[in-house]
Design a protein around this ligand. Structure first.
Ligand code: DGL
Length: 271
């Protein structure tokens, strides 16, 4: 495990990432490709996965536990690589820590709104759709855009349990895409970090270019903000993975997006 000894150079402190499971690796993989010289820590909250059907109180508590864990690790920033946590918890925790916190929805919506699409679809978890945060954030920067949010409660279990080839999974993806196409959206945001793992199925039922995986937009934003704040690291690149349960399952399912070389450390947080 990396030890923190960053007293002489605050830029060399690590960047933390978290999600309920492997989904946030879609952001993490992009980050490692774009800014390979950062030291990174990734936390997959498998003990509480899925997040999509949890209450706001639960999601705030999970986020606080993980942010406290990262505080102990002396991070310079935390990336909320989870739409559900960004939607339901970010507003309640954002002022409580001295390090930077980057929430995926709020960071990306401004950029996506600037493309001036007339109609945007969002596939997301139940908790994200219920929050209305995608609609709120997109309309903040483009008031005339129409936004159609559809929740897909079965999609995270399909990804986490590797059920891509099951008939029920294929039918579920087809039904949700058909429902979305009724709105004729210009683009559809994959508003859950697990969903890009479903691209091979999604593109069977709609053109691949229709879908926006926010990971690239998000990572460009983080890189630019760390740069402006003078916080980029030129000499790092280490990584450590942590989970709250099931390290073997995490390592096995991670590999579609990122090769996790060692078994993650299993840590129990207080919730
Ligand atoms: N991948 C997360 C998101 O972006 C959470 C999915 C879940 O655990 O339900 O919303």
């Amino acid at each position: 495990m990396s030890t923190s000894n960053h007293n002489n150079n605050p830029n060399s402190r690590p960047v933390g990432f978290f999600d309920s499971g492997v989904g946030g690796l879609s952001v993490y993989a992009r980050f490692k490709q774009t800014i390979p010289q950062e030291d990174t820590l990734y936390f997959g909250d498998l003990a509480n996965m899925p997040y999509g059907n949890k209450t706001q109180g639960e999601l705030i508590s999970f986020a606080r536990d993980i942010l406290d864990f990262f505080k102990e690790k002396d991070v310079k920033a935390v990336v909320i690589a989870c739409n559900t946590s960004s939607a339901q918890a970010y507003d309640f925790v954002k002022n409580d820590y001295e390090f930077k916190i980057y929430p995926i929805i709020q960071s990306c919506a401004r950029v996506i709104a600037s493309y001036n699409y007339k109609s945007i679809g969002v596939f997301a978890t139940e908790a994200t759709v219920k929050s209305g945060v995608y609609t709120r954030e997109l309309k903040k920067y483009n008031p005339t855009v129409s936004v159609h949010e559809i929740s897909c409660p079965n999609w995270v279990p399909i990804v986490e349990n590797n059920k891509y080839t099951e008939k029920s999974a294929i039918e579920d993806v087809k039904n949700q895409v058909d429902k979305m196409l009724e709105f004729s959206p210009d683009r559809v945001i994959l508003g859950c970090t697990h969903y890009p793992y479903l691209m091979s199925l999604l593109k069977e039922f709609a053109p691949e270019e229709l879908f926006i995986d926010p990971a690239a937009i998000f990572v460009d934003y983080i890189k630019s903000d760390l740069g402006k704040s003078g916080l980029l690291n030129q000499n790092g690149g280490s990584e450590d993975f942590f989970v709250s349960a099931n390290p073997e399952s995490f390592k096995a399912h991670a590999k579609i997006f990122y090769q996790v070389k060692k078994l993650p450390f299993c840590v129990k947080l207080s919730s």
